[in-house]
Design a protein around this ligand. Structure first.
Ligand code: ADP
Ligand code: MG
Length: 728
């Protein structure tokens, strides 16, 4: 076995980069070639069908069956020209990743032959046998009927030989069984609420978009080394492994030169991303060894989230072509940084105004401050809920782990905006908010610089940082569907904007001019956030934990308990008011979350137990046996001087024996805890029991990692961190 590890490491080290043949044309030429975008719609649909479809996409007008048939016909013609033979509804169930069920275009032509067929009905709706997707009891298995319905706002695309139709996934009784349905509802809610507020400032605003720009972090490991690690293969992370002598201390990986094997992988991801219409912009090394990031140009949230799902699939497949395995787990390796998926989020109008960026004049700035403050109030009110929205068994390893966002949701504003808010509390409500530099600085004025200098060097410890024209929700996990976080954020902001508008209307009907009504309403809100949810200090310190508790922010660290936020009465009411989730949906989703949490920890616990017993203890025993052999020989040769002559061996023997014993007893206790937990019926109680088991895995890991330090390197059966992390 030791030989095997050695060979695997050697082979991995020798691998050469697989050169990618880049297309001859410029990326702008083939961008979106696999997407049924507007250009293709114009080409493959007649004018009136095109207009109806665009009206449906832009304004939510229903499409009747005859039009849907024509749309399907156009899509089919295009797809077949691209060599497509199959079609699938593409949806995002409450598991990780996306789901597909492919149907061939092939049908009998009723004349003894076959033809390719695809009509409006198959475009609009499909009934996957949905009984085995998580549903939290909404859909009893005997009526295993959920259905998928076309989401015309997400463009249809081609993957391989298959036409993929983005869809929502709902039960027959109408409850959402996926991520997309509530996300779309939240986008509508925030649109409705934000448009009403925008109209105070600009009556021409008809639509407000929620924007998302995700930054996807990931690790790559060589596939042969991966295959020699059962824990990576089954759980996506290493359950054991001593820290490498060198890891990220020298900061030499971040933004360093990209290794050539990885570079070729990235190139291919970009080419495929562009062909799928994903506007990829940034690629670089991340802080930890073998950790990387890619990010697109931001876009409308529903589409941007679909693209994130697509890119995760593409990266998975392309990694294998290059002899890598992609790790999207939030914490594949202990002791070095984990991976997140920063969700850069903002709101913008159809008139081209970004609502979280300074405006052109004092009124524009007042509008900016209005949205800025309302977002912060929403985050303050729902800080526990927002944390719950990013909580998972895997992300738990990042939260509060002293390198990623702390398990407390606060917001970094930077000096400039903090000062603006403080000043606004002092000055009369009709003080104009000027752009610095334009009017010359005069005392008493509230000023916003055109560019936020201090926000470019922003606080990396903040889970919800203001970065100049957007907020960056950094607590989202690298493997997550962004929709979980974005739905909650949109809904919370929508609800807050509605409440705000009601107050402003009251002030205005009492005769106040709009700008004063707005500022009078904002002032108590500013006072309530400035020393609570707003925090520019170091989020990793213990003092902050204590301080956050004093400020009334949620500091819960137990993931199953965090989920309880979703079914608190005030949360249920908020989601009901915004029309995003019903009580039944929230309850069902929590069941799914607890069940998923339990299963993930259960798998880890099983793998840990088996690796400890089948891999680690036997290796340690082999070394122990070797030591015993030497000790016996020494005793025979030096009967008088034995303890001195065998001091090293005896010491090692003692250490190893203690560590083995420690592992054995802890594993046995863990197995007993699992047996007890498995008997629990209630999903919440069971998840809580598994939370303790998850904690116990760290305790089992410790003696294993110590053994790795003492057992003969030749006998160690698993690739070590120094091998997994430093070979590209
Ligand atoms: P950094 O790593 O410095 O945070 P990146 O350039 O990697 O920045 O990523 C920033 C992300 O934020 C990109 O996806 C970018 O398109 C996105 N972004 C920029 N402006 C906005 C905005 N107004 N709303 C949403 N996302 C935005
Ligand atoms: Mg960022």
């Amino acid at each position: 076995m030791s030989k095997l590890r050695f060979d695997v490491v050697q082979d991995a080290f020798k691998k050469k980069a697989l050169r990618v043949n880049a297309p001859k044309e410029r990326p702008s030429k083939y961008f979106g070639e696999l997407v049924f975008n507007r250009e293709k719609m114009r080409h493959y649909l007649d004018v009136s069908t095109y207009n109806d479809l665009v009206d449906c996409i832009d304004n939510g007008q229903p499409l009747d069956r005859a039009i849907a048939d024509k749309v399907a016909e156009g899509m089919k013609t295009w797809a077949m020209e691209c060599g497509v033979t199959h079609v699938t509804h593409w949806f995002q169930p409450l598991t990780e990743g996306t789901a597909e069920k492919h149907d061939a275009f092939m049908e009998y032509d009723k004349k003894g032959g076959m033809i390719e067929q695809f009509d409006g009905k198959s475009l609009s709706q499909q009934e996957p046998d949905a009984s085995s997707f998580p549903n939290g009891g909404i859909r009893a298995t005997f009526e295993a009927r959920g259905y998928t319905a076309w989401d015309p706002t997400s463009p249809v695309f081609i993957q391989d030989d298959t036409l993929c139709i983005p869809t929502v996934f709902i039960s027959y009784t109408g409850e959402a069984l996926d991520y997309k349905t509530p996300l779309k509802k939240s986008i509508k809610a925030v649109n409705d609420a934000a448009v009403a507020v925008c109209k105070l400032f600009d009556p021409k605003v008809r639509k407000v978009f929620s924007y998302l720009g995700w930054e996807q972090e990931y690790f790559l490991v060589d596939e042969d080394l991966y295959a020699a690690r059962p824990d990576l293969m089954l759980t996506g992370r290493t359950l054991m492994g001593h820290e490498s002598s060198k890891n990220q201390q020298l900061d030499d990986h971040y933004f360093g030169a990209i290794p050539s094997r990885v570079m070729e992988f990235m190139k291919e991801v970009e080419i495929e991303g562009y062909r799928h219409g994903i506007p990829l912009k940034t690629r670089h090394n991340e802080v930890a060894p073998n950790q990387f990031e890619l990010a697109p140009i931001y876009g409308e949230t529903n589409l941007s989230n679909d693209q994130n799902q697509m890119i995760m699939n593409l990266m998975n497949n392309i990694a294998r072509k290059h002899g890598f395995v992609l790790l999207l787990h939030e914490k594949p390796f202990a002791g070095i940084n984990g991976s997140g998926k920063h969700n850069n989020w903002s709101l913008g109008t159809d008139t081209g105004t970004l609502l979280l960026a300074p405006g052109k004049d004092a009124m524009g700035n007042l509008q900016f401050v209005t949205f800025f403050v309302n977002v912060l109030v929403a985050v303050q009110k729902h800080n526990a809920l927002l944390k719950a929205s990013i909580a998972t068994a895997t992300n738990a390893h990042r939260l509060g782990a002293n390198e990623a966002p702390p398990a407390i949701i606060s917001s970094f504003l930077g000096h400039t905006m903090t000062n603006v808010l403080r000043k606004l509390l002092e000055v009369p409500s009709d003080t104009p908010i000027e752009i610095a530099g334009k009017k010359g600085a005069s005392v008493g004025l509230v000023e916003i610089p055109e560019i936020f200098i201090d926000n470019t060097d922003r606080n990396r410890t903040s889970p919800f940082a203001f970065t100049g024209n957007r907020f960056e929700f950094r607590a989202v996990g690298s493997s997550a569907n962004c929709a979980g976080a974005m739905t909650t954020l949109n809904a919370a902001v929508a609800d807050q904007l509605v409440a705000f508008k009601t107050l402003v209307d009251q002030e205005m009907s009492a005769g106040k001019p709009m700008n004063i009504a707005v500022m009078d309403t904002l002032k108590p809100m500013i006072a309530s956030i400035i020393d609570t949810v707003c925090f520019d200090g170091n989020g990793y310190t213990d003092e902050w934990k204590a301080e956050a508790q004093r400020r009334g922010l949620d500091t819960e660290t137990c993931v199953p308990r965090m989920f309880k936020e979703f079914t608190k009465p005030e949360t249920i009411e908020m989601f009901a008011r915004t029309g995003v989730y019903t009580k039944a949906e929230l309850e069902a989703r929590n069941e799914v979350k607890w069940e998923t949490y339990t299963k993930k920890v259960q798998i880890e616990a099983r793998v840990m137990g088996r690796m400890a017993i089948n891999h680690i203890i036997p290796a340690a025993l082999a070394y122990k046996s070797r030591l015993l052999g030497i000790i016996t020989q020494l005793k025979a040769v030096y009967p008088d001087d034995f303890t001195t002559m065998a001091a090293t061996e005896l010491d090692l023997l003692q250490k190893i024996t203690t560590l083995i014993e420690d592992i054995r007893t802890k594993c046995a206790a863990m197995v007993e805890a699992r047996k007890a937990a498995n008997k629990i019926e209630d999903e919440y109680a069971k998840a809580l029991a598994y939370y303790d088991i998850a904690e116990s895995l760290f305790a089992i890991r410790r003696p294993i990692d110590k053994l790795e330090e003492v057992v003969d390197n030749d006998l160690w059966p698993l690739p070590k961190y120094r091998e997994l992390l430093f070979i590209n």
